[in-house]
Ligand binder design. Structure first.
Ligand SMILES: Nc1nc2c(ncn2[C@@H]2O[C@H](COP(=O)(O)OP(=O)(O)OP(=O)(O)O)[C@@H](O)[C@H]2O)c(=O)[nH]1
Ligand SMILES: [Mg+2]
Length: 806
């Protein structure tokens, strides 16, 4: 495969009819032909069609890069506001140096994340699924070695460089990284295949090439296959949390495509990531599943009509990822066919085109999630800062007695916060869950049901080992096989018994309760500090994906007050990375057995004996840590909450001191003069931020609250359509088709005044309120429709159930 190789000229001299017929097959032309002229005509026609409809890969790249570029503006808007806030804080001097520094530090971290123009796409899947082949196809050149045997054994990060260059990062800490350029460049390929035991094994390899797709910041990462070797799989699992987006390559013909025991370990890590990672980038949308080797499936299907492997795959995936959008996220293709079509005719076949289309949607989507997160953050900062100023102004108006009284009250509230009762409750509950789970699991492992399943091995189950394979490889294969079965059997048990998931749910509810309590304690403190009416606020239901309406200033403020670290914690985020701790099971001590049994080649008996040994060892030594590991997400989460709790206390203690500092009552006027302009400024900046964010396409309403305007119909000009008018807008009859539901009659409340920052803010605040009411089952509120054309807000509507709305 050479990049830039000329498309094959149709006039090849020694071409036979058979060649052309093969081309037709490659191009998926079904018509049967025997005549050379007709065959060539058909071929030319098909290639022309493909060129017209799908274009070349270079054109595909352009689409992807253009769409990424589009998101740059959004990031710039946020950056602009960050600078504005910073300027304001510095020039007024109303906010303490420490506070400004805190703000700057956090903002810069966020901006760095947002501004990173490296979009890492991790390609993963089981061994020999075609991961490396897919990368070569996407890059249009043979960068990764491919083979039917397990081949990629290290992480390879492929990014842009003006000249070809590779850097080998040896695992062996004593060796310095080695740079390969010029003639030596391609030597990295030898290192890709080096087994983990090799002293020159690389932890990762950087490959830089002047490829146009990568120039826009896309970084493609090839990973070792998951499944056969536990140690090798772990390399990939470790990398997971660093990726932006994922392409999971499935070896479709292999046992119906999705081997549950292979798919699940990786998928469950990925699920953990996205479940929590709301707002931080990884969502359930951030992966594409490529059902590869479809050419082989088609051949098999000719023989065997009854099975539909695609359906089977979709069902398995959906069982594990209920949010899966199958139209967008699952694609069946033949990488080898697409590669050949691309090389011979320089066009994208339909498979490749559809992959490129999905990438074109996937990458900007992942960036979008990050911009949303940063928007909430900066807007929350503004709320928090203005609240602080309000507090200062409030205090300036107090008499000395009132101030002392406030200080006393604050002291009481603070000591309540310090006790940390909700935290202790959660900690106790985690310990008790671990205890119970251990008892339950131990008793299951003793049952006849489990033992029969776990100890029965047939010839088919024996891992494939090559003739004369070395001892340690053999050992590893047997161990992996037993551990996989163990995990799989327990997964099956869990899927009927739901013991762990029930325990997780109960803990989750406790976290929610604790969160609300925490939030209430802070609100109490705020009431003393700011003095304004904060009772009106009612907390929302907290669920990842639809936790709250971030429009609510209290909530935003709470999130930033508790620091960015708390944000993740609330949504049970990214801790999954920490969860990827050392394997609990470890390598079995099976050397002795293997030696004894190997020669007899009675593998089934060996596996059976080893399973028994494994089980005994597990029950006596490993069960506790296994169960603890199952609850590690909760354990990590509570640890972070504790950290944050401590930080909050420090912050409030400082505020408590400040409260009595300004003893001199004559300063009231001075303080008010100093703070009021900044306060007003920050408030309006927040409204402007929201307005600009909307006009630049950033979702300011949490996704569950913002509906797609194209699903909504209403007619403003019809008189009968008007259900009523209010001060803010008029209410019209309309129809709304929620995704996956029938069309409904709805009431559409449309903002009446010219939409400017301040009335848009007020209008949306109403939406936030309504979302809350919906939760209380008072009114069915479908959401907000925001329509922007050419960066201009054209309409803004709230959509309710018709009866309630009317
Ligand atoms: N029939 C068919 N074979 C394919 C297809 N894609 C890849 N292959 C073959 O599958 C084998 C494995 O491909 P690789 O790209 O090396 O697979 P990999 O997932 O990178 O494998 P490891 O790195 O070993 O985990 C190679 O022999 C490829 O030629 C396809 O679409 N159809
Ligand atoms: Mg590979």
């Amino acid at each position: 495969m050479k990049r830039g190789s000329k498309p094959m000229s149709v006039k090849r001299r020694s071409e036979s009819v058979l060649d052309v017929v093969q081309d037709l097959e490659l191009l998926c032309v079904k018509e049967e032909v025997t005549d050379m002229r007709r065959a060539k005509e058909l071929r030319e026609k098909r290639v022309a069609e493909l060129r017209k409809s799908n274009g070349t890969l270079e054109m595909g790249y352009k689409g992807i890069l253009d769409d990424i570029k589009q998101t740059l503006d959004r990031r710039r808007v946020l950056e602009e506001y960050y600078l504005k806030v910073k300027d304001n804080l510095q020039t007024t001097g109303a906010v303490s140096e420490t506070e400004i520094n805190d703000f700057r530090k956090e903002a810069e971290a966020c901006l760095k994340d947002l501004g990173t123009e490296r979009y890492t796409v991790l390609i993963l899947g089981e061994t020999s699924a075609g991961k490396s082949s897919l990368i070569n196809l996407l890059l249009g050149e043979c960068i990764m070695p491919t083979s039917i045997q397990q081949n990629t054994l290290t992480i390879c990060e492929i990014s842009y460089g003006e000249a070809k260059k590779a850097v080998l990062h040896f695992a062996n800490g004593r060796k310095l990284p080695r740079v390969l350029t010029g003639d030596k460049f391609y030597k990295y390929k030898d290192y890709v295949k080096k087994p983990i035991e090799d002293e020159n094994w690389c932890e990762w390899i950087e490959i830089m090439i002047p490829n146009p797709l990568l120039e826009g910041g896309v970084v493609i990462v090839d990973s070792p296959g998951i499944g056969d070797s536990k140690r090798v799989s772990e390399i990939t699992l470790k990398y997971l949390s660093r990726a932006y987006a994922f392409i999971y390559v499935i070896n479709t013909p292999n046992a119906g495509g999705l081997q549950q025991d292979r798919l699940m370990p990786i998928l469950s890590e990925w699920i953990k990531l996205y479940k929590g990672e709301d707002g931080c980038g990884i969502t359930s949308e951030s992966a594409i599943f490529v059902c590869n080797k479809w050419d082989e499936v088609e051949k098999q299907c000719d023989l065997n009509q009854e099975e539909d492997p695609e359906r089977k795959i979709i069902d398995t995936l959906r069982m594990n990822i209920p949010e899966l959008d199958e139209k967008f996220q699952i694609i069946k293709m033949s990488v080898s066919r697409a590669t050949e079509v691309k090389e011979r005719f320089d066009v994208m076949d339909d498979d490749l085109k559809s992959l490129v289309n999905r990438l074109q949607r996937l990458l900007p989507l992942c960036i979008e999630r990050k911009t949303e997160f940063f928007y909430y953050w900066i807007s929350g900062q503004l709320c928090s800062l203005s609240d602080q100023l309000k507090g200062e102004m409030q205090n300036a108006k107090r008499t000395k007695d009132e101030r002392l009284k406030a200080r006393k009250e604050l002291g009481d509230k603070l000591s309540e916060l310090k006790q940390g009762t909700p935290i202790r409750e959660i900690e106790d509950a985690i310990t008790s869950s671990v205890d119970q789970a251990q008892i339950k699991l131990a008793s299951y492992l003793q049952t006849e049901e489990f033992r029969t399943k776990f100890f029965r091995w047939t010839e088919d189950d024996v891992p494939k080992t090559e003739e004369g394979q070395n001892f340690s490889k053999m050992k590893e294969a047997f161990t992996a096989c037993i551990e996989q079965r163990f995990e799989y059997t327990l997964q099956k048990w869990e899927s009927t018994d739901n013991f762990f998931s029930q325990a997780h749910l109960e803990l989750e509810a406790l976290f929610d309760k604790g969160f609300l309590e925490f939030e209430r304690e802070i609100r109490d403190i705020d009431r003393v500090l700011v003095g304004s009416d904060v009772d009106g606020f009612q907390p929302f239901e907290i669920r990842p994906g639809r936790m709250f309406s971030p429009l609510d200033p209290r909530m935003k403020k709470f999130l930033v007050m508790t620091g960015v670290i708390f944000w993740p914690v609330l949504m049970s985020v990214g801790l999954a990375a920490g969860v990827l701790s050392a394997p609990v099971l470890g390598v079995l001590a099976i050397g002795k057995h293997l030696k004894d049994h190997h020669l007899k080649t009675n593998c089934c008996q060996t596996l059976k004996d080893l399973s028994a040994e494994f089980l005994e060892d597990f029950i006596t030594n490993k069960i506790r840590s296994y169960v603890q590991d199952k609850f590690s997400e909760e354990t990590n989460r509570i640890a972070s909450i504790k950290r944050c709790h401590q930080q909050l206390i420090t912050k409030y203690e400082q505020r408590c001191k400040d409260l009595t500092k300004s003893e001199d009552e004559s300063r009231e006027k001075e303080i008010l003069n100093k703070y009021r302009p900044l306060y007003t400024n920050l408030m309006s900046m927040n409204e402007n931020l929201m307005f600009d964010a909307i006009q630049n396409g950033i979702k300011v309403m949490y996704p569950s609250c913002q509906l797609e305007v194209r699903r909504l119909q209403y007619n403003e000009s019809e008189r009968e359509a008007c259900l009523g008018e209010g001060s803010f807008g008029k209410v019209l009859k309309g129809r709304y088709s929620p995704p996956g539901h029938r069309r409904k009659d709805v009431a559409v409340k449309k903002i009446r005044k010219h939409p400017d920052p301040s009335n848009v803010a007020a209008f949306l605040k109403e939406a936030a309120m309504l979302k809350q009411l919906e939760h209380k089952h008072i009114v069915t509120f479908y959401g907000v429709g925001i329509d922007v054309k050419e960066r201009q807000l054209v309409s803004l509507v709230l959509v309710f159930d018709c009866v309630a709305g009317a």
